[in-house]
Write a protein that binds this ligand. Sequence first.
Ligand code: SF4
Length: 567
Amino acid sequence: MNHALILTGASFSYPEDYHITEVPVRGTGAHRIASHMRETGEWDIEVLDFVDAWTIEELKDFVDSRVSSSTKWIGFSVFFTYSPFSELTIVTKHNAIAKYVKEKYPWIKTVVGANKLVNVVRHRHMDYYSIGNGEHAIVALCEYFVGRNPEPIVKVMTNPLDLIDMHGVKFNIIDCFRDYPAYPHRNPKTSYEERDFIKSHEVLTMELSRGCIFKCTFCDYAPLGVRGDNSREVGNFKEELVENYEKWGVTHYCLADETANASSGYISKFADAVRTLPFQPQFHGFIRGDLFVRRKQQDWDNMIDMGFTSHSMGLETFNHAAGKSIHKGFSPLQLQEGLLQGEEYFRSNVLPGNHYTCTISMIAGLPHETFESLDNTERWLNKYWQNQITMHPLYISQHVTNGIDAVSEIERDPSKYGYTYREMGLYDKAFMRFADHNGEFAFEGYSQWESLSIKEKYNLIDVENTTKEILKDRAAETKSLVWVHPSGDYDYIDMVEWAAKFQNNRVIELNRPESQSGWHMGWYKQHGYTDLREVYNGNPPIITSSDVGRYYDFIDNYKKDKMNWYK
Ligand code: SF4
């Protein structure tokens, strides 16, 4: 039996005395790949989760405890979007282990996987960078590693993101989107193992379909514009739910679908499957607001029966012209009316044991958006929407020429939409530096910025100047320019500031946390909230050290169990 390991997990931190936190999440892609390869019957693949909770020494011990002459490769995967400019702790740990493996076990190949090259461009000591849905690419690589097939199609690129500190650095890239497309995928069933130590309160990730049928102009996901049936077969959907319930007691899921309500047919098919189960699952997923409002007759009862009552809804704007410009041109008035109807309907009809929540996601800075229309949006949201909102300044990546990563229509040609660029000034740098260090002003961060004196603000720049060697790769040469809105009335920095102020006011005025995600469902259950209304009604839980212990103990136990598994 051939052997491989994958080290994965999203970044998280142990919280202290704070009312909201990043929860530890397992690396979905890694488990999917491991399941896929195990089905061949020729590969034993073990996944190590929660990398951020492990020290480098502990990770080395883990690798040493598992590696044998059968070990052909070690994989690394990341979960969220990471900056191409700096190396997050999780990347540093991956790099340290990859280097260790290369020195101590030179026959073992190293592979890092992600949805985008930009997210793994800081990974080092990797033989291959697999970008996109990787099931077919990993099969091709494994066949090569065991000597049965020639090397898969590899694109060798040098400094593909044109970063000033990466001249001459080579990447062997497997372009899954183009060379090994794995979408749609009819059977993306993921099976977990005893040695994954899954707990019943956990929120696992699964998918109903792969790819999005739409093509919003700001969206840089892939694949977009998918035609035909892109859903999974209902049989393996049901099998996955039953297996996770019977083996681990899990009932909570985040749906990885780009748009989980794209088709009423899919919702109906999966709802019918759930109706036959002897237990009630709960799903959180990304949905389109216009479809949600327009299809209430077809979808709402099916969604409730399915347990799909936790939503992240990308509305982006209430400015009609702005909405039309990004291919989300539904009437804002109808949208607002339908949202409130939906909220009331879901709150009233959610099944016992399940909860309802809906996070609205907005973008500040789209074409045609003005300060006036943004202020109107803020007024409506603060008056009528008691639930969560995330307000993102429009992000236009300047790292779009590598030919691998998906690129939004706006990113492909910002000038077509009227966006221009300007250099970052000293104030911008101090501001963005503060934002970077304060989670883009989450919660009270903006108040803290405002409370600084001008001297203190500029001191941030002095710090930057004295540590230039650390920050050299953030210079304007690496394309950290600021977009200027087509109207000429504002730019990216203004929108970061506007969004921060908006978010800050919601927290202070409405006393509600703003960054809960679907993965928090298990965390709330642990804290005794069976219905998140308790949280939304103005009583966000304050995390105490005993709460931290209650939830985070499972991570410490996971590490112990993992290390003791073969003893
Ligand atoms: S924003 Fe959502 S609906 Fe639009 S293309 Fe992207 S994933 Fe699809």
